[in-house]
Write a protein that binds this ligand. Structure first.
Ligand SMILES: Cc1cc2nc3c(=O)[nH]c(=O)nc-3n(C[C@H](O)[C@H](O)[C@H](O)COP(=O)(O)OP(=O)(O)OC[C@H]3O[C@@H](n4cnc5c(N)ncnc54)[C@H](O)[C@@H]3O)c2cc1C
Length: 494
């Protein structure tokens, strides 16, 4: 940490130079490699320094203080080749490529295509087997390190079989090196930010690649791609911490030195609150990111936490940059302070390495799975003494399964959840022992008598059930459902 920090401190001006010249700081990249930081993730046997995901995040955070051109090249090499080789590569593949990464040979990860973005499984680039080779045909776009990288991790379609596609076994991962005949940089994007970091289109025109360049088995591409996303999301997020910290530094120093209305602007409570909010967002973002990194280092389940970090960081970054900019007034809108570049880079955080919406889709899925035990509907009933609906640790359990008992449970539920259906699981929990078939038969019997309404899923499996008005009347007299607060004027009740 200290070494990377002092390296960043010493080279901040070099990063600022890049924002004006746009010339790639190749000498700095070589120096980063010389100090071993390109090998942060890589075990010592391959020449790396093996400091885990947490160590990679520290490197990314500090390099990103200098410039995105440096931090991006290093991080993408880690999550666009090194990590996948470590997890899925054969020993000879690791020996072939990992030491080169350690030496500062830049990598790139190639998933996105002109017509394929968030829906990464729809990759159109094909890899057709021909004896001991694959022939790669297609295009990639938005590829960070395009042209700068020598080693490209390319995902391509190896099967069109509907069965393989349904099982996500239609993709494979390949290492393709710069110089392979038919492999060219098609275009370099003129981005709205990320100054100095090349990003572009790649073209693969009948590129022949040896089968020994395939990482994992044929059809393992999706597994490799998804597995790498946890690391990518964490490292991508860590790479945003550097500019956030620098923005706070510039804002604070500015406010201490800018006198308006006879005093430094930092004396104003409004400015102090802004600074406090910036520090809070920055520190919280660090906690979220380094917690995800620690989980990955412990080999613990971390999909939810890494995705959370990637969703959290763009908003935290926006907040810090906006507030820092406000504290600095007009100065922030000139290119004479680095903040202006950080501001420009904010928007793409919501898109690159997966959009906010995709993160939310993942968090919904992972969160529902992780919290499944805590998200069960509480059984509720009318509290006898307080006469109010509330949850109960001791629901009434029916021993016998018959239509009358089933209707009684549904009618009771109407008293405490009048607008909701009961799920099958809710109903099952109210019987001592009950199998699905018996429950379904009873429910269908009640449905045929119009005493319950059933909601089925697309596979026609019963999901939700509710007593109809007729069912409620059949289960209990109307008085059973009546409920009035005690303060109610009795004359108003009929
Ligand atoms: C600067 C930069 C660097 C990048 N670097 C790389 C790289 O190195 N390698 C690489 O392979 N890719 C890279 N990408 C591509 C990046 O991963 C994609 O841009 C990203 O996944 C989104 O794809 P898209 O831009 O095609 O947007 P689209 O997928 O077309 O999405 C457009 C909008 O629709 C929304 N949307 C799409 N589907 C849904 C849905 N089902 N539900 C709700 N909303 C949805 C998205 O969230 C988004 O808001 C980079 C992109 C940028 C901008």
């Amino acid at each position: 940490m200290t070494a990377t920090k002092s390296f960043a401190d010493d080279n901040l001006s070099r990063g600022e130079e890049v924002s004006w010249t746009r010339v790639y700081p190749t000498d700095l990249l070589k120096e980063v490699a010389r100090r071993g930081w390109f090998g942060a993730l890589i075990p010592r046997e391959y020449g790396g320094i093996d400091v885990g995901v947490t160590g990679c995040c520290i490197v990314a955070e500090q390099l990103s203080r200098i410039c995105i051109a440096l931090a991006g090249a290093c991080s993408v090499t880690m999550y666009g080749g090194a990590e996948q080789l470590l997890k899925f590569g054969l020993e000879e593949q690791k020996r072939r490529w990992l030491p080169r990464f350690v030496n500062g040979v830049v990598g790139a990860i190639c998933i996105t295509e002109p017509t394929v973005g968030s829906d990464a499984a729809s990759i159109d680039t094909t890899a057709k087997r021909s004896n001991d080779e694959y022939i790669i045909d297609g295009k990639k776009r938005f590829i960070t390190n395009a042209g700068l990288a020598d080693i490209y991790l390319v995902f391509a379609r190896t099967s069109d079989s509907p069965r393989d596609i349904a099982r996500h076994q239609h993709l494979s991962a390949f290492i393709i090196e710069r110089g392979a005949p038919g492999f060219t940089v098609e275009r370099i994007n003129e981005l709205g930010g990320w100054v100095g970091l090349p990003n572009g289109f790649l073209d693969f025109n009948e590129v022949r690649v040896l089968a020994e360049n395939r990482i994992g088995a044929e059809g393992d591409g999706w597994k490799i791609l998804v597995d790498g996303l946890n690391f990518e999301r964490t490292l991508f997020s860590a790479e945003k911490l550097g500019p956030m910290g620098e923005a706070i530094r510039y804002a604070v120093c500015h406010a201490q030195r800018r006198i308006q209305f006879g005093q430094p602007t930092i004396e104003s409570e409004v400015t102090r609150f802004k600074i406090a909010d910036m520090i809070a967002r920055f520190k919280t973002a660090r906690l979220v990111i380094y917690h995800a990194a620690q989980l990955l280092d412990l080999n613990a389940e971390a999909a939810l936490e890494t995705t959370l970090a990637k969703l959290h960081i763009p908003d935290a970054y926006d907040f810090v940059m906006n507030e820092a900019s406000q504290v600095m007034g007009g100065d922030a809108w000139t290119r004479f302070y680095p903040l202006n570049g950080f501001l420009r880079d904010a928007r793409v955080n919501h898109v690159a390495a997966g959009t906010d919406e995709v993160m939310k889709l993942v968090i919904f899925k992972q969160g529902m799975r992780a919290l499944a035990k805590d998200l069960k509907m509480p059984t509720r009933r009318i509290h006898e003494r307080l006469n109010a609906p509330m949850s109960t640790p001791t629901p009434i359990i029916m021993e016998m399964m018959n239509e009358a008992n089933l209707l009684s449970i549904l009618a009771d539920d109407y008293r405490v959840n009048p607008g909701l259906h009961m799920s099958r699981e809710d109903v099952k929990r109210r019987f001592d022992r009950i199998d699905d078939e018996t429950l379904d038969n009873a429910l269908i019997g009640l449905e045929q008598k119009a005493l319950v309404r059933l909601h089925r899923d697309r596979k026609n499996v019963i999901q939700l059930v509710k007593a109809t008005y007729a069912g409620l009347r059949k289960a209990n007299p109307q008085e059973h459902y009546q409920w009035f607060p005690e303060w109610m004027n009795k004359n108003f009740i009929f």
